[in-house]
Write a protein that binds this ligand. Structure first.
Ligand code: CA
Length: 244
């Protein structure tokens, strides 16, 4: 089952950026735009984790957090608070908010997703790893299995890591050097043409059952996973500086 995340953020662009990317990363997402709405939504259905903006109209994120901590069933509900840089995260950590983690704006979406997974793992070690789904492609992260339109695709561990990285950022173009860092690790002595060879093998494996080529080669730039057609008008997912 997909972990269910409530995103509480009053600024629509940041709200949508978070929700869109969490959904593409295999989470089920609900939105609340102020503190009261968040408390109502949580009372209706208990989320697995709350991403909670500090600066909300009427009821601040900290106050929401304190109220949730006061009584069951929400006194252990995992909460990550989003704060603007000016709010001094070190000072916030000292406050008795009961939050599990803080993320400082501007944040990268990848960081939010990584921290969300980390908190979920810490508080619920048994939680299923989410599935990652982009268009016809689906990765079962727990079982390390890949499917395209229901057909299983067999990949080497490196091909799997490469595909996972591309699927976490559909549509984004990565240079070969960036892929090298992300998939092989920055300390690995690997040549750039190894990236080309691995992309070639991954492409062959993904396309073996027919269908459109899902990997895009961008001349002199690098590689990207094709964004599924229904997402074509969506905002770019690689907005790294969601300030506010
Ligand atoms: Ca706000």
């Amino acid at each position: 089952m997909k972990p269910y995340i409530l995103v509480v953020e009053d600024e629509p662009p940041i709200q949508d950026l978070l929700s869109y990317n969490l959904e593409s990363s295999g989470f089920e997402v609900a939105q609340a735009f102020d503190g009261e709405e968040a408390l109502v939504a949580i009372a209706e259905r208990l989320p697995d984790l709350v991403l909670l903006d500090w600066m909300l109209p009427h009821l601040s994120g900290i106050e929401v957090c304190r109220r949730l901590r006061r009584r069951p069933p929400t006194h252990r509900l995992p909460i990550i608070i989003l704060t603007a840089r000016t709010e001094e995260p070190d000072r916030l950590r000292g406050l008795d908010t009961g939050a599990d983690d803080f993320i400082v704006k501007p944040f990268s979406v990848a960081e939010v997703i990584a921290r969300t997974r980390a908190v979920l793992r810490r508080v619920r070690p048994a939680i299923d790893e989410p599935e990652l789904e982009v268009g016809e492609l689906k990765i079962d992260l727990g079982a390390h299995r890949v499917f395209r339109a229901g057909r299983e695709v067999h990949l080497s561990p490196t091909e799997f890591r490469l595909l996972r990285h591309l699927m976490e950022h559909p549509g984004r173009v990565f240079s070969r050097a960036a892929l090298l860092d992300a998939v092989w690790g920055i300390n690995q002595e690997v040549e750039l043409r190894t990236v080309d060879a691995t992309v070639r093998r991954l492409r062959r494996a993904l396309n073996a059952g027919g269908g459109a080529d899902l990997l895009r080669t961008v001349r002199a730039e690098g590689y990207a996973l094709q964004r599924p057609p229904q997402d074509a008008d969506a905002r770019p997912v690689d907005v790294g500086d969601a300030a506010g």
